[in-house]
Design a protein around this ligand. Structure first.
Ligand code: 2M8
Ligand code: MG
Ligand code: MG
Length: 271
């Protein structure tokens, strides 16, 4: 089993960013040796500090599918990869600089504010993040989140214009994210192939997310869990095995992952 999980609104509470209710189940995954891959809109800088608090030692995907980082010693062999601060990285998206140049003329037509125009205090005001965390969220390499104040129709209009210049746009929990033509599913086949080199048994995938930016990841996994949000309706997800949690955020996450583990563990002796 390979678990892919979103952070905000999924493993972390939408408002408090707390993951306490999920801790016992994270420990269970560790005991069972199940890799849990973080797949988030957050940045490399945010992940560095968060992964320490979570005790996370597995690969992680940043900025909505833009790049996968492999911690030292993880998934050895395979293709040669560049290193960034001691981690190997496989990139899937163009750099943010190129992105900002291309979207600047489009954004002038809408009521919205991008992270590149916000300071730490402004980002704190719209996210509730601590100053240090807001500073890390602003250190982006591949994507531009926008605080959207314009209409839904205007957003559809921008989405089409963004697509026409080879970029994409997806809605997260609080922001609209503009990036290259990637989403959270983009790195999954590559990462799955890295794990497949190590194991003889076929790997099952489980993905958990709460927002529209998680749909591609949820649809690419064998089992999908939509984690209920306190602020937005569950996204529409197609697939054979899709469930919606009753509980919100990390509490819903914990129950859903436990249920899958219970099922796989009791099933194992018969196969
Ligand atoms: C942004 O991401 C979330 C993902 O759902 C959002 O759109 O609400 C990102 O900018 C991320 O870097 C940041 O930590 C988060 C804070 O709420 O917002
Ligand atoms: Mg989320
Ligand atoms: Mg996210």
């Amino acid at each position: 089993l390979l678990v892919y999980t979103d952070l905000d609104g999924t493993l972390l509470d939408h408002h408090s960013y707390d993951f306490g209710p999920a801790l016992p189940v994270l420990e269970r995954l560790e005991r069972l040796g199940v890799p849990w891959i973080i797949n988030t809109s957050k940045t490399f800088a945010e992940l560095r500090s968060l992964r320490q608090r979570l005790g996370h030692g597995h690969p992680f995907i940043v900025e909505n599918g833009a790049a996968v980082y492999l911690p030292a010693g993880c998934l050895p062999g395979g293709e040669e990869l560049p290193e960034e601060q001691g981690l190997r990285v496989r990139r899937f998206a163009p750099e943010r600089r190129t992105l900002l140049e291309r979207i600047a003329p489009l954004l002038a037509d809408y009521e919205c504010t991008g992270f590149s125009q916000m300071n730490v205090a402004e980002l704190q005001a719209c996210t509730g993040l601590a100053a240090e965390d807001a500073r890390r969220a602003l250190q982006r390499n591949y994507s531009e989140p926008l605080l959207w104040r314009d209409s839904e129709l205007a957003l559809e209009h921008l989405s089409a214009r963004v697509a026409a210049c080879g970029l994409s746009l997806l809605r997260g929990g609080r922001f609209v994210h503009v990036m290259g033509q990637v989403d959270k599913a983009t790195p999954m086949p590559w990462l799955g192939a890295q794990y497949a080199r190590q194991s003889t048994a076929p790997l099952q995938t489980l993905a958990l997310g709460d927002g529209q930016n998680d749909v591609a990841m949820l649809e690419a996994a064998d089992r999908a869990v939509i984690v209920r949000s306190p602020t937005h309706a569950p996204p529409a997800v197609r697939g054979r095995s899709v469930t919606l949690t009753d509980a919100l955020g990390p509490a819903g996450w914990a129950r859903a992952v436990s249920a899958v583990l219970d099922q796989l563990i009791t099933e194992a002796p018969d196969d």
